[in-house]
Ligand binder design. Structure first.
Ligand SMILES: NC(=O)c1ccc[n+]([C@@H]2O[C@H](COP(=O)([O-])OP(=O)(O)OC[C@H]3O[C@@H](n4cnc5c(N)ncnc54)[C@H](O)[C@@H]3O)[C@@H](O)[C@H]2O)c1
Length: 276
């Protein structure tokens, strides 16, 4: 069901690795809604993933860039503007990785070099992307920038590890730069705090399948899927949300606002009876 919500808009999408990626679904839905897009990801992910298939489907190009490298980003923005023949309208930052999580190092024993990498890849890269866009004046007035966050920025989830610190920083960058970019050029910056979602990055969180089931049982509307997330992101790229900025927007079926559901209470009571 397409409504031409993004007709005439152009955007740059970071982070489509494979068909499970939130960025992949967003790219497909953005094009279905009339947008033109450019895709980007790291050179290694281009070899490991299937982004070229997505580019074919979306009738576009892929420009390799490491989002932690300002030099790469400068070239990426130049090439993107060359492709579009000028400025564009939206950016999706759907980028995250923690070497500590990958290597199973727990939060009480963090490797600090890895922590720096986590913060650089998962949060500071957002600042770099916005800074390059701002300095190159790459976005049209009333443009929109969105990054993906998670509730662990506010509430502790043991296995989320140093990604929680990265997400807190990411959300802060959206506010701090949102203030400048909004005031100077009417560009908005928000983060979407998404439900646990079965993707390559999501699957790296310890106890992920339990987390999914827990979310499904607790959230009044159930977990939000990657497709649901893509639809929500499109609204933030559309002209219907022009005055929404510097916000962290929960997209989680209500999970962040509830502590107990009747379904979970029933499971909990059964468990107590079985163990007594
Ligand atoms: N899956 C979840 O449960 C969940 C929940 C909330 C938020 N998020 C966030 O959503 C975003 C997208 O993740 P996803 O779940 O779609 O998983 P994904 O693994 O499909 O996407 C993560 C992407 O980050 C890219 N990336 C890593 N290092 C990079 C770098 N240096 N430069 C550029 N790109 C780089 C990867 O290549 C990959 O495409 C991440 O920010 C993630 O933290 C995910």
């Amino acid at each position: 069901m397409a409504n031409n919500l993004l007709k005439g808009k152009k955007g740059l999408i970071f982070g489509a690795l494979n068909e499970n990626s939130i960025a992949w679904k967003t790219a497909e839905r953005a094009v279905a809604e009339g947008a033109e897009i450019v895709l980007t990801n790291t050179p290694i992910s281009l070899r490991m993933g299937t982004i070229n298939e997505l580019a074919k489907k979306c009738n576009t190009i892929v420009i390799p860039a490491d989002a932690t490298s300002v030099e790469d980003l400068e070239q990426l923005f130049d090439k993107t503007m060359e492709h579009f023949g000028g400025k564009f309208d939206f950016i999706l930052h759907s980028v995250g990785m923690s070497p500590n999580v990958r290597k199973g190092i727990t939060y009480d024993n963090l490797n600090y070099e890895y922590l720096s990498k986590t913060l650089d890849i998962s949060a500071i890269s957002f600042h770099k992307v916005i800074k390059v866009a701002y300095q190159k004046d790459a976005l049209n007035e009333w443009g929109s920038i969105v990054a993906l966050s998670y509730l662990a920025a506010q509430r502790t989830l043991y296995g989320y590890n140093d990604m929680a610190d990265a997400k807190a920083l990411l959300e802060s960058i959206a506010r701090s730069f949102g203030c400048i970019y909004g005031r100077e050029r009417n560009v908005r910056i928000n983060t979407v705090s998404q439900s646990p979602t079965p993707t390559t990055a999501g699957g790296g969180i310890s106890g992920f399948s339990n987390l999914l089931e827990y979310g499904e049982t607790l959230s009044p509307l159930g977990n939000a899927s990657a497709e649901d997330c893509a639809d929500y992101i499109l609204t933030l790229f559309s002209d219907f949300t022009r005055k929404v900025t510097m916000q962290n927007l929960y997209h989680d079926g209500g999970f962040s606002s509830i502590v107990m559901s009747p379904e979970l209470m029933e499971i909990f009571e059964k468990g107590i009876k079985e163990n007594s």
